[in-house]
Design a protein around this ligand. Sequence first.
Ligand code: ZN
Length: 241
Amino acid sequence: MRYAVLSDVHSNLEAFEAVLADINRRNIRDVLFLGDAVGYGPDPNECIDLLTASCGTPIAGNHDWGAIGLMDIAFFNEYARSAIEWTSGVMTKKNRDVLRTFPLKVEYEDKDALAVHATPKEPGAWHYLFSLLDADTNFEYFNNKLCFLGHSHKPFIIEKQPSGGLMTYKDNTRIKKRSRYIINAGSVGQPRDGDPRACYVLVNGGEVNMIRVPYDIESVQNKMRKAHLPSALIERLSRGR
Ligand code: ZN
């Protein structure tokens, strides 16, 4: 079974197109999306259009909810908040309605996998899963072999072995028969692990790989300047932080 898992596009059309082109080159048609289609970047409408055309059942992230008023953006930092306010102002009525249909989680029986944006324990509370302790707790809240999530924009793979032991992998691993996994797909449109290239997950048979794809960062930054989006958000794209 071969499929791709994408998260946190954040209105970055150039990164999204580059990732989809890479997926296409590999002849993969099955694409999962883990939330945060919008926020931060300059092309929310174009990204939602492309998302609904290319991904099966996209799920919602906190920025998607913020942009359509389903969560209080007072909890966002000032840059995220100002980008969400800008996003709400330019989004079409049709796309607001589209975002509203995105569920908080989806179970894929054929893949024995759960997809959430934040955590399987409380997907709508938008907690971050950073530590092994967080991971250990969250393994109790799903029964599938695989759980894909995003939200932190930092890719990782955590394996829970039948003995209960936890192992972490950065870029790839072979899926073992009796282990279960939490896999953070990183971010297509705003990576924060120090590598500015777009990131997505490729599941190829029994292997999971983080794929990095270069894209035209400058062109996105120019659009962001024209839209008067916060300069901190513009600059971080070149640093991948
Ligand atoms: Zn995000």
